[in-house]
Design a protein around this ligand. Sequence first.
Ligand SMILES: [Zn+2]
Length: 138
Amino acid sequence: MGSYRDSDSDYLHESSQESDGVRRSKHPEIVAMRASIAKRDDEIERLRAESENLALENAELMDRIEELYWEFLSMRGVEKDDVCGSCNGLGVKTYASTSTWRRGIGGQAITNDVCDSCWGSGRKSVTWANLRKLEDER
Ligand SMILES: [Zn+2]
């Protein structure tokens, strides 16, 4: 926490011919500067604490997303140890062109389509109908 404490440097030292000592008076700019620094220190401390809280909250949310992802895959019958490495168990993946799993010439658009590794099952142990093979046989 920022704190304000008087310091000797806060004072103007003026000699006075009438008095035998030195007259001390607070230097207003230094006093204002110290108050400003203390206020900024408090703000930095507050923001640091807020940042730590947000990082914790973010970590909790990321854990929850992970849990929900595995719940979703479990609903599809995909277990953690049997996830297709190509589509991460989704059965669908993103292709760099509109040709998707068909290969060949395609348009210049990122396109989602069935995974050409598990063919939609999302599992590495079980693959669904290989559409490329079916198309070749037509
Ligand atoms: Zn796949």
